[in-house]
Design a protein around this ligand. Sequence first.
Ligand SMILES: [Zn+2]
Length: 109
Amino acid sequence: MKIFRKATNAPVVDTAAELADELETLERVQAHNASIHFGAPTRCPACASYGFVEHLDLVAGVADNRCPSCATSWRITQRALRHQAMAARLEVGPRHEGNGILFQNVMAA
Ligand SMILES: [Zn+2]
């Protein structure tokens, strides 16, 4: 499976597919009832054991992790965390409802 691909030191390529993989990894880690703090060890997305941080690049915003129990490798990126935080804010943000002039302009745009 792609999200369990071997972590490498290659530079992060900014593609939508990679971001989707990173977001899926976040969701799998968080599914184990775990919050994520960038750079800190997280739960393994596969077996929920605690992993350890193998490589941390603060400039690139990349943390590569490895699970000592099942040998899974995964990558936590700051851009995925930012993206997720932004999406959460949008979900509780204002809705485009009503029939006022502002709403009509938004819908026409
Ligand atoms: Zn594991």
